[in-house]
Write a protein that binds this ligand. Structure first.
Ligand SMILES: N[C@@H](CCC(=O)N[C@@H](CS)C(=O)NCC(=O)O)C(=O)O
Length: 219
Protein backbone atom coordinates (compact mmCIF):
# COMPACT_ATOMS: atom_id res chain seq x y z
CA UNK A 1 0.00 0.00 0.00
CA UNK A 2 1.35 3.43 -0.95
CA UNK A 3 0.50 6.79 0.57
CA UNK A 4 1.59 9.88 -1.37
CA UNK A 5 2.60 13.00 0.50
CA UNK A 6 4.85 14.31 3.25
CA UNK A 7 4.12 13.59 6.89
CA UNK A 8 4.87 17.22 7.78
CA UNK A 9 1.23 17.51 6.69
CA UNK A 10 -1.05 16.39 9.55
CA UNK A 11 -3.42 14.84 7.03
CA UNK A 12 -0.70 12.59 5.63
CA UNK A 13 0.63 11.74 9.11
CA UNK A 14 -2.90 10.83 10.21
CA UNK A 15 -3.34 8.38 7.33
CA UNK A 16 0.14 6.85 7.74
CA UNK A 17 -0.07 6.47 11.53
CA UNK A 18 -3.60 5.06 11.28
CA UNK A 19 -2.39 2.40 8.82
CA UNK A 20 0.68 1.58 10.92
CA UNK A 21 -1.36 1.33 14.14
CA UNK A 22 -3.40 -1.30 12.28
CA UNK A 23 -0.19 -3.16 11.58
CA UNK A 24 -0.25 -2.38 7.86
CA UNK A 25 2.94 -1.78 5.90
CA UNK A 26 2.96 1.65 4.26
CA UNK A 27 5.29 2.96 1.59
CA UNK A 28 5.36 6.76 1.80
CA UNK A 29 5.89 8.22 -1.67
CA UNK A 30 7.36 11.73 -1.19
CA UNK A 31 4.97 14.15 -2.89
CA UNK A 32 4.64 17.90 -2.43
CA UNK A 33 1.23 19.48 -1.83
CA UNK A 34 -0.15 20.78 -5.11
CA UNK A 35 2.04 18.42 -7.21
CA UNK A 36 0.86 18.90 -10.80
CA UNK A 37 2.16 15.68 -12.35
CA UNK A 38 -0.58 13.87 -14.31
CA UNK A 39 0.20 10.64 -12.45
CA UNK A 40 -0.46 12.28 -9.07
CA UNK A 41 -3.50 14.21 -10.32
CA UNK A 42 -4.98 10.90 -11.46
CA UNK A 43 -5.16 9.79 -7.81
CA UNK A 44 -5.67 13.23 -6.20
CA UNK A 45 -7.69 15.32 -8.64
CA UNK A 46 -7.14 18.60 -6.76
CA UNK A 47 -3.51 17.96 -5.90
CA UNK A 48 -3.99 17.55 -2.17
CA UNK A 49 -1.96 15.19 -0.03
CA UNK A 50 -2.48 12.46 1.12
CA UNK A 51 -3.57 10.07 -1.62
CA UNK A 52 -3.62 6.30 -1.35
CA UNK A 53 -2.88 3.53 -3.82
CA UNK A 54 -3.90 0.04 -2.68
CA UNK A 55 -3.59 -2.39 -5.59
CA UNK A 56 -5.74 -0.94 -8.32
CA UNK A 57 -7.79 1.15 -5.87
CA UNK A 58 -6.97 4.84 -5.35
CA UNK A 59 -8.37 7.41 -2.94
CA UNK A 60 -7.60 10.96 -1.83
CA UNK A 61 -8.41 12.72 1.47
CA UNK A 62 -7.21 11.57 4.89
CA UNK A 63 -10.66 10.89 6.34
CA UNK A 64 -11.74 8.96 3.25
CA UNK A 65 -8.52 6.93 3.48
CA UNK A 66 -8.90 6.03 7.18
CA UNK A 67 -12.58 5.17 6.65
CA UNK A 68 -11.58 2.81 3.83
CA UNK A 69 -8.80 1.24 5.92
CA UNK A 70 -11.15 0.73 8.88
CA UNK A 71 -13.70 -1.04 6.69
CA UNK A 72 -11.05 -3.22 5.06
CA UNK A 73 -9.03 -4.07 8.20
CA UNK A 74 -11.41 -4.27 11.15
CA UNK A 75 -8.80 -5.04 13.85
CA UNK A 76 -7.69 -3.27 15.89
CA UNK A 77 -10.80 -1.10 15.68
CA UNK A 78 -9.78 2.55 15.51
CA UNK A 79 -13.25 3.91 14.65
CA UNK A 80 -15.74 2.50 17.18
CA UNK A 81 -19.08 1.00 16.17
CA UNK A 82 -20.99 2.41 19.15
CA UNK A 83 -23.01 5.38 17.80
CA UNK A 84 -22.07 7.87 20.50
CA UNK A 85 -18.41 6.86 20.55
CA UNK A 86 -18.21 6.99 16.76
CA UNK A 87 -19.84 10.42 16.67
CA UNK A 88 -17.35 11.69 19.24
CA UNK A 89 -14.39 10.23 17.33
CA UNK A 90 -15.49 12.00 14.15
CA UNK A 91 -15.93 15.23 16.13
CA UNK A 92 -12.27 15.07 17.17
CA UNK A 93 -11.17 14.13 13.64
CA UNK A 94 -12.99 17.17 12.28
CA UNK A 95 -11.73 19.38 15.11
CA UNK A 96 -8.18 18.31 14.33
CA UNK A 97 -8.47 18.94 10.58
CA UNK A 98 -10.27 22.26 10.73
CA UNK A 99 -9.82 24.04 14.08
CA UNK A 100 -6.51 22.70 15.42
CA UNK A 101 -4.73 22.63 12.09
CA UNK A 102 -6.57 25.76 10.93
CA UNK A 103 -4.50 27.63 13.50
CA UNK A 104 -1.54 25.25 13.17
CA UNK A 105 -1.42 25.94 9.43
CA UNK A 106 -1.04 29.70 10.01
CA UNK A 107 2.03 29.00 12.15
CA UNK A 108 3.48 26.15 10.06
CA UNK A 109 3.09 27.79 6.66
CA UNK A 110 4.32 31.22 7.73
CA UNK A 111 7.22 30.03 9.87
CA UNK A 112 8.34 26.79 8.18
CA UNK A 113 6.77 25.87 4.83
CA UNK A 114 6.89 29.32 3.21
CA UNK A 115 10.35 30.40 4.36
CA UNK A 116 12.08 27.02 4.04
CA UNK A 117 10.34 25.21 1.19
CA UNK A 118 8.61 27.80 -0.98
CA UNK A 119 11.27 30.45 -1.24
CA UNK A 120 9.08 33.08 0.43
CA UNK A 121 9.48 34.87 3.73
CA UNK A 122 6.15 33.86 5.27
CA UNK A 123 4.05 36.36 7.17
CA UNK A 124 5.46 36.32 10.69
CA UNK A 125 2.71 38.64 11.96
CA UNK A 126 0.00 36.18 10.89
CA UNK A 127 1.79 33.32 12.67
CA UNK A 128 2.37 35.41 15.79
CA UNK A 129 -1.29 36.49 15.92
CA UNK A 130 -2.48 32.89 15.53
CA UNK A 131 -0.25 31.67 18.37
CA UNK A 132 -1.14 34.57 20.64
CA UNK A 133 -4.86 35.00 19.92
CA UNK A 134 -6.21 31.63 18.78
CA UNK A 135 -3.88 28.84 19.97
CA UNK A 136 -4.57 29.17 23.75
CA UNK A 137 -8.29 28.36 23.35
CA UNK A 138 -7.38 25.17 21.47
CA UNK A 139 -4.82 24.16 24.11
CA UNK A 140 -7.39 24.77 26.85
CA UNK A 141 -10.14 22.83 25.07
CA UNK A 142 -8.07 19.71 24.38
CA UNK A 143 -6.52 19.88 27.85
CA UNK A 144 -10.06 19.76 29.29
CA UNK A 145 -11.26 17.11 26.85
CA UNK A 146 -8.51 14.65 27.77
CA UNK A 147 -8.51 15.38 31.52
CA UNK A 148 -6.71 12.63 33.41
CA UNK A 149 -7.44 9.92 30.82
CA UNK A 150 -5.12 8.25 28.34
CA UNK A 151 -7.40 8.43 25.29
CA UNK A 152 -9.93 10.98 24.03
CA UNK A 153 -12.75 8.47 23.44
CA UNK A 154 -13.16 5.29 25.48
CA UNK A 155 -10.17 3.46 26.89
CA UNK A 156 -8.29 2.51 23.73
CA UNK A 157 -6.56 4.35 20.90
CA UNK A 158 -8.92 5.68 18.23
CA UNK A 159 -8.85 7.93 15.18
CA UNK A 160 -9.64 10.77 17.60
CA UNK A 161 -6.19 10.45 19.19
CA UNK A 162 -4.40 9.90 15.90
CA UNK A 163 -6.02 12.95 14.26
CA UNK A 164 -5.57 15.28 17.25
CA UNK A 165 -1.96 14.21 17.89
CA UNK A 166 -1.20 14.55 14.16
CA UNK A 167 -2.54 18.11 14.05
CA UNK A 168 -0.51 19.02 17.15
CA UNK A 169 2.55 17.28 15.71
CA UNK A 170 2.49 19.60 12.70
CA UNK A 171 1.73 22.75 14.69
CA UNK A 172 4.53 21.96 17.16
CA UNK A 173 7.07 22.12 14.30
CA UNK A 174 6.27 25.83 14.28
CA UNK A 175 5.32 27.03 17.76
CA UNK A 176 6.32 26.91 21.42
CA UNK A 177 6.07 23.52 23.17
CA UNK A 178 2.90 22.98 25.20
CA UNK A 179 3.37 24.61 28.60
CA UNK A 180 3.01 21.72 31.05
CA UNK A 181 2.31 24.07 33.95
CA UNK A 182 -0.66 25.67 32.16
CA UNK A 183 -1.94 22.58 30.29
CA UNK A 184 -0.72 19.56 32.30
CA UNK A 185 -3.15 16.98 30.93
CA UNK A 186 -2.56 17.98 27.32
CA UNK A 187 1.23 18.00 27.78
CA UNK A 188 1.20 14.52 29.35
CA UNK A 189 -1.21 13.19 26.71
CA UNK A 190 0.80 14.53 23.75
CA UNK A 191 4.08 13.25 25.22
CA UNK A 192 2.58 9.76 25.42
CA UNK A 193 0.83 9.89 22.05
CA UNK A 194 3.76 11.31 20.08
CA UNK A 195 6.11 8.74 21.66
CA UNK A 196 4.18 5.89 20.02
CA UNK A 197 6.55 4.37 17.44
CA UNK A 198 4.38 5.26 14.43
CA UNK A 199 4.45 8.94 15.43
CA UNK A 200 7.97 9.10 16.87
CA UNK A 201 9.63 7.65 13.78
CA UNK A 202 7.91 10.07 11.40
CA UNK A 203 8.38 13.12 13.63
CA UNK A 204 12.10 12.46 14.03
CA UNK A 205 12.46 12.29 10.24
CA UNK A 206 10.45 15.50 9.82
CA UNK A 207 12.56 17.39 12.39
CA UNK A 208 15.74 16.32 10.62
CA UNK A 209 14.28 17.34 7.24
CA UNK A 210 13.25 20.77 8.56
CA UNK A 211 16.64 21.25 10.22
CA UNK A 212 18.47 20.44 6.96
CA UNK A 213 16.27 22.95 5.12
CA UNK A 214 16.98 25.60 7.79
CA UNK A 215 20.72 25.08 7.42
CA UNK A 216 20.46 25.25 3.62
CA UNK A 217 18.47 28.50 3.72
CA UNK A 218 20.80 30.17 6.21
CA UNK A 219 24.02 28.98 4.45
N1 LIG B 1 -9.35 17.35 3.61
C1 LIG B 1 -8.02 16.97 3.12
C2 LIG B 1 -7.07 18.14 3.34
C3 LIG B 1 -5.69 17.85 2.74
C4 LIG B 1 -4.87 19.10 2.61
O1 LIG B 1 -5.35 20.24 2.79
N2 LIG B 1 -3.59 18.91 2.28
C5 LIG B 1 -2.73 20.05 2.02
C6 LIG B 1 -1.36 19.86 2.67
S1 LIG B 1 -1.40 20.07 4.43
C7 LIG B 1 -2.52 20.13 0.53
O2 LIG B 1 -2.31 19.13 -0.11
N3 LIG B 1 -2.57 21.35 -0.03
C8 LIG B 1 -2.25 21.54 -1.42
C9 LIG B 1 -3.26 22.28 -2.18
O3 LIG B 1 -4.37 22.49 -1.64
O4 LIG B 1 -2.95 22.63 -3.31
C10 LIG B 1 -7.57 15.72 3.87
O5 LIG B 1 -8.06 15.44 4.96
O6 LIG B 1 -6.74 14.97 3.32
Amino acid sequence: MKIYGSTISPFVRKAVVFAEEKGLAVELVPTAPGDTSPAFRAISPFGQIPALVDGDYTLADSTAIVTYLEAKHAEPALIPADPQARGRVIWFDELADTIVFGVGRAMLFNRVVGPLFRGGAGDAAVADAAERDQWPAILAYVNGAIGGRAFLVGDTLTLADIAIASAFGSALHACAPVDAAAYPDLARYLDAMLARPAFATRLAGERAFIQRAREKVSA
